[in-house]
Design a protein around this ligand. Structure first.
Ligand SMILES: NC(=O)c1ccc[n+]([C@@H]2O[C@H](COP(=O)([O-])OP(=O)(O)OC[C@H]3O[C@@H](n4cnc5c(N)ncnc54)[C@H](O)[C@@H]3O)[C@@H](O)[C@H]2O)c1
Length: 364
């Protein structure tokens, strides 16, 4: 099969995964890269042998069909618009954007130009999540009625770019929520409404406090204190069109807890869904008559880190003239669900969602 040529915009931390993608998914080939900080794209040229250039030079490359947008969330919509205006298909890292109106413009432009729009996470194509989807579709737990999605921790102070996570466009929901909400929508279909209460436990964060001492000991530089600009504890209920009701908490304010990442409760049994920020298992099921949870064998492959599988699927979908699965409508719907947590809390009411999406199966 002729390889689809792709360009990478944004040569930061996650980019190596995508540079290496063409070794795993040989239907795509990374042929150019750019970064607003030229030394970063130059470093990737040296590491991966992929020519570094400016964004404009990359957009002007005639042979590039898909642009992988690996910039920070605040510029995702802008780079996607630039990509589409250059006549190329746009595939972004998560989240789809930080503003619902800007994200809608990306969807509209893609449609107007007849170009594809896609966005991570693609972990729902991993063996663990696909097995859960199949088990639900095959009726292992009957009709899903309710469940929980819990992504909680004390925050990413360990990371050198920790302050980023407390600024507009990040926080636990926009940073980690995409994995959880996408997994839920993949299993249960589109959502209908969100009712939530959101807050923050700490007005400022300090690396070097008791939690972070060990990290400083590891040689990481202390940042001192920095202000928290986003809500860091978001608790709410997502109502799905199917009737299922999921309780979700995304938090950077919790030291320890004992919840599974996602649990789904149906009319015939319950499902423990693995961490949707990974590709593997374990998947555990309980059905009426079982003495205890039973670990289910995984029905699908791709259980190791396969990030960029969504971009590879887009490349194949283009060749086969079918829909791609990690698509913009899904990501845009997930974004609206996530942003509706703060909106519901601020307005003190339930938010009826305006977007929806179709879940694309491999066969379609
Ligand atoms: N780091 C991870 O482990 C990880 C994992 C999954 C997803 N992501 C997502 O991937 C995206 C990038 O994350 P990262 O950790 O690599 O961030 P990063 O800050 O390390 O890298 C982003 C890069 O984009 C560049 N950039 C910014 N604006 C640009 C512009 N207008 N044009 C060209 N380049 C520009 C920056 O200079 C930087 O080099 C984010 O959306 C993040 O949520 C990151």
């Amino acid at each position: 099969m002729k390889k689809t040529k792709v360009g990478i915009v944004g040569c930061g931390m996650i980019s190596d995964t995508y540079f290496n993608a063409s070794k795993k998914f040989n239907m795509i080939e990374v042929v150019a890269c750019s970064d607003i900080i030229p030394s970063r794209s130059k470093a990737k040229e040296e590491a991966h042998g992929v020519p570094a250039m400016t964004n404009d030079e990359l957009f002007a490359q005639k042979d590039i069909e898909i642009v992988l947008n690996l910039t920070p969330p605040q510029v995702h919509s802008k780079i996607a618009i630039d990509t589409l205006n250059a006549g190329k298909h746009a595939y972004s890292e998560k989240p789809f954007g930080v503003d619902i109106d800007d994200a809608a413009k990306v969807i509209a432009l893609g449609k107007a130009k007849g170009l594809r729009v896609g966005c991570a996470p693609d972990t729902f194509l991993g063996g663990g999540q696909q097995t859960c989807r199949k088990m639900i579709d095959d009726g292992w737990i009957g009709k899903p009625l309710s469940g929980t999605a819990m992504v909680m921790g004390r925050g990413p102070e360990k990371w050198p770019q920790a302050p980023f996570f407390y600024r507009y466009g990040a926080g636990p929901m926009l940073d980690l929520g995409p994995y959880y909400v996408t997994a839920l929508v993949n299993m249960l279909g589109p959502a209908k409404s969100v009712t939530a209460f959101t807050t923050k436990g700490f007005e400022e964060r300090t690396i070097g406090d008791k939690v972070a001492e060990e990290y400083v000991a590891e040689g990481l530089k202390p940042f001192g204190k920095y202000k928290v600009d986003v809500t860091t504890h978001l608790a709410g209920v997502i109502e799905f069109v199917s009737g299922a009701v999921i309780t979700m908490v995304a938090s950077f304010d919790v030291y320890r807890h004992g919840h599974s990442p996602i649990e789904i409760y149906g009319t015939e049994g319950s499902l423990k869904v693995p961490d949707p920020n990974t590709f593997g298992g374990p998947v555990k099921v309980w059905r009426r008559g079982y003495a205890d949870w039973v670990e289910a064998p995984l029905s699908h492959i791709y259980t190791d880190n396969s990030r960029s599988i969504g971009a590879a699927d887009m490349a194949i979908a283009l060749k086969n003239n079918r829909k791609h699965r990690v698509n913009g409508e899904l990501a845009n719907h997930v974004l609206e669900v996530m942003l509706s947590f703060d909106k519901s809390s601020k307005e003190g009411k339930r938010i009826e969602l305006k977007t929806t999406c179709e879940i694309v199966n491999a066969e379609s």
